[in-house]
Design a protein around this ligand. Structure first.
Ligand code: BTN
Length: 264
């Protein structure tokens, strides 16, 4: 087994990643995890793929998922918090990724979180998160948290090369082990999910704010532009407009109006 072989990956976390179902190729790990969730799979069940043929991102975007290069995985989560708190799952996931990656790249390339949960380094995207829910009426049965991280690609597809980066580009370490990275992520992620379950996002807020690159930036939401001044106790982004009016953005995406080198 090569050090980068994911086939026999074993999660070092207590419940997250137990079981882990590895697929050398699949359509989308989010779809696989949803199917398992509908059949009653336990919280923490993880689908991990070496390649995806129909990987997707938020807003219907395609997530390029070639083999042998990156991490693509989705967990079945069964939070017992109210449905209104589901957006904070994405923030806790982004924080866990950020901490795990930060431990493996040189300090000058420490990643930051673009609210709510893109991992970026110098304005380029390193990882994305897609959270989907399965609802019965107004209540959440389970959530699927899907993560894609650019790990080993020293060169990226031309369409995204100016917008994205990979851990190999940042650390110059092409021998980086995807399994070791995933293990670190699952340990941090499990800890943050437990904190969220017990105390809500307020308990992760300071750690999140410290890593959030959106704070202090001018951003544009669907119908409002302003300065991002805070991440509130429930995870919403607070914007302050030029006229002093404030607005909360509880979910969705914002555009960094002046971010360089590219708009994410
Ligand atoms: C985004 O930034 O738009 C979210 C990207 C999420 C990609 C991951 S890869 C594993 C999982 N399966 C998918 O089809 N998407 C997510």
């Amino acid at each position: 087994m090569s050090p980068d072989d994911l086939t026999y990956f074993r999660s070092p976390a207590r419940w997250l990643g137990h079981p882990t179902i590895f697929k050398s190729e699949t359509g989308s790990t989010n779809d696989d995890a949803r199917a398992l969730g509908l059949r009653g799979a336990a919280a923490g069940t993880l689908v991990l793929a070496d390649a995806q043929t129909a990987g997707r991102g938020r807003r219907g975007r395609v997530w390029q998922s070639p083999p042998g290069a990156n991490l693509y995985f989705s967990a079945v989560l069964r939070p017992r918090r109210p449905l209104s708190e589901v957006p904070s799952l994405t923030l806790a996931t982004g924080l866990a990724l950020c901490e795990a990656v930060a431990a493996l790249v040189p300090p000058e390339h420490t990643p930051q979180i673009k609210w709510p949960n893109d991992l970026v380094v110098g304005g380029r995207k390193l990882a994305g998160i897609l959270i989907e829910g399965s609802l019965t009426g107004p209540s959440l049965d389970f959530a699927i948290a899907g993560v894609g991280i650019n790990v080993l690609g020293a060169t990226l597809p031309a369409e995204v090369a100016h917008l994205a980066t990979s851990m190999a580009q940042l650390s110059g370490d092409l021998a980086l082990s995807r399994g070791a990275l995933l293990g670190r992520i699952l340990t941090r992620w499990e800890a943050h999910l437990e904190t969220l379950e017990a105390h809500g996002f307020a308990a992760l807020r300071e750690a999140y704010r410290a890593r959030c690159v959106t704070l202090g930036q001018r951003v544009r939401g669907d119908d409002f532009e302003g300065l991002a001044v805070d991440v509130e106790a429930d995870g919403a982004l607070r914007l302050e407009g030029d006229d002093g009016a404030t607005r909360r953005v509880a979910f969705g995406e914002v555009l960094h109006v002046l971010s360089a080198p590219a708009r994410l």
